[in-house]
Design a binder for this molecule. Structure first.
Ligand code: CMC
Length: 383
């Protein structure tokens, strides 16, 4: 048998066939169900795009209304979820609380539906997860930080309710608009680690909930979704240690120590600009006026971007502007990656649907570098 070519990190490897999305790097376009993601973000709202991602085509006005109504109607979670979050050690980080919450939620699903991987059953569970995930995201964080629980408000549309739960008060129109567009930018992105994790899990014919729980664990890492939190922390560190005039030296010091600057570089875009980062950076100047340190953070943002391009030829990925934008929107930093997960839920639901609709188990091979021919002793070693 010939050994297939080995690609560390599966770089460049085709993992599956999909009609959900594709990164057309040559023309710097993210194709989602045939549309340019940036044009979707410019023109539509998150729930329209979520419908497109999950169902494969844009909704009619009546389908869009029914979908939105359903997301609002199904946003509440069992009381025990709130109790669970309150029982967790206060040192639990928000992404871990969310992971546990989603896993716990599976126990409240109708057992027949839980283990039914048909398209209809998966749609049912997927839409429920899309509706409930914001409630879990916000209230796990709130409970861990001794803040009052904010239950979903059935009088508010899906995205407004999400930001309302984050802030504890109804958001202004400018915040809501930016929050919605950022959410669209995060909704789906071909085959990142967390989507791959969800599909790998689904490929064993495990259920939708399990696939989502695996995706949370994957997205948490700073090389993936965790980069949005790391990116703003980096900008804040610079601001705390000298401000904009110190940004160049601080960044150079990191690079000289061969440390990574989170929010830069990308396995697929390589040396090209992430279209989402290009689109979203236009929101920074306006939102920077909203907080006292906004201008300084914005100036540091630009300096670091210039240094990274000059020294490494690297562009920002979407986590770089989003880290700053969420901060300008007053969102607590530990919520950044959980909110990313909430927006990506639509994409991951679509991928699990696709995986179960035409499943083949993921089961790759290895290049073995261990020993051979060793013989065990004739009797057990343990007492
Ligand atoms: N800071 C400094 N150097 C970097 C960075 C960075 N952010 N990213 C890549 N490099 C360098 C790296 O040191 C290496 O240089 P050299 O060849 O001189 O050793 C070269 O670029 C190639 O890096 P790599 O790690 O082999 O590339 P990869 O494709 O395995 O990694 C990546 C991709 C995203 C993990 C990496 O760019 C990175 O660590 N970025 C920072 C974390 C981040 O922003 N993650 C979010 C990714 S996009 C959104 C998402 O999926 O959530």
């Amino acid at each position: 048998m010939t050994t297939p070519e080995y690609s560390p990190g599966l770089e460049g490897v085709i993992a599956t066939e999909t009609s959900v999305s594709y990164l057309d790097v040559d023309i710097e376009q993210i194709l989602v169900r045939g549309y340019d993601l940036i044009e979707l973000a410019q023109n539509l709202c998150y729930t329209d795009v979520a419908y497109l991602v999950i169902y494969g085509e844009l909704p009619t006005p009546s389908q869009a209304k029914a979908f939105c109504d359903r997301l609002v109607a199904e946003a509440e979670v069992p009381d025990e979820l709130y109790q669970l979050f309150e029982m967790m050690p206060k040192s639990t980080v928000a992404m871990d609380a969310l992971r546990t919450g989603l896993s716990f939620l599976a126990g409240y699903e109708n057992p027949e539906l839980l283990h039914d991987n048909s398209h209809e059953a998966n749609l049912e569970k997927g839409i429920k997860l899309l509706a409930q995930t914001p409630t879990l995201v916000v209230n796990s964080y709130r409970a861990l930080n001794d803040m009052p629980i904010v239950r979903p408000n059935p009088d508010l549309p899906y995205m407004e309710n999400f930001l309302y739960m984050v802030r504890g008060e109804r958001p202004d129109a400018e915040s809501l608009d930016a929050f919605d567009r950022i959410h669209i930018c995060y909704i789906e992105h071909e085959m990142p680690n967390s989507t791959f994790a969800a599909r790998v899990i689904a490929s064993t014919l495990s259920d939708m909930y399990g696939a989502m729980v695996g995706a949370v664990a994957s997205l948490k890492g700073p090389l993936h979704g965790g980069a949005n939190e790391a990116a703003i922390e980096f900008l804040m560190d610079i601001n705390g240690e000298g401000g904009p005039t110190h940004a160049e030296d601080y960044t150079m010091g990191k690079l000289e120590r061969r440390e990574r600057i989170m929010g830069f570089g990308h396995r697929v875009y390589m040396r090209k600009y992430d279209p989402r980062a290009r689109f979203l950076m236009d929101y920074i100047p306006k939102l920077a006026e909203r907080i006292p340190q906004g201008q300084d953070l914005s100036s540091i943002y630009s300096t670091v971007e210039n240094v990274m391009y000059r020294e490494k030829g690297l562009y920002p990925n979407t986590d770089y502007p989003i880290g700053l934008l969420y901060y300008l929107l007053g969102i607590p930093i530990p919520l950044y990656t959980p909110i990313f997960l909430a927006s990506r839920t639509a994409g991951n639901v679509a991928h699990v649907l696709e995986q179960h609709d035409d499943n083949r188990l993921f089961r790759p091979r290895v290049i073995y570098s261990g020993g051979r021919g060793l013989k065990p002793p004739a009797s057990p070693i343990s007492p």
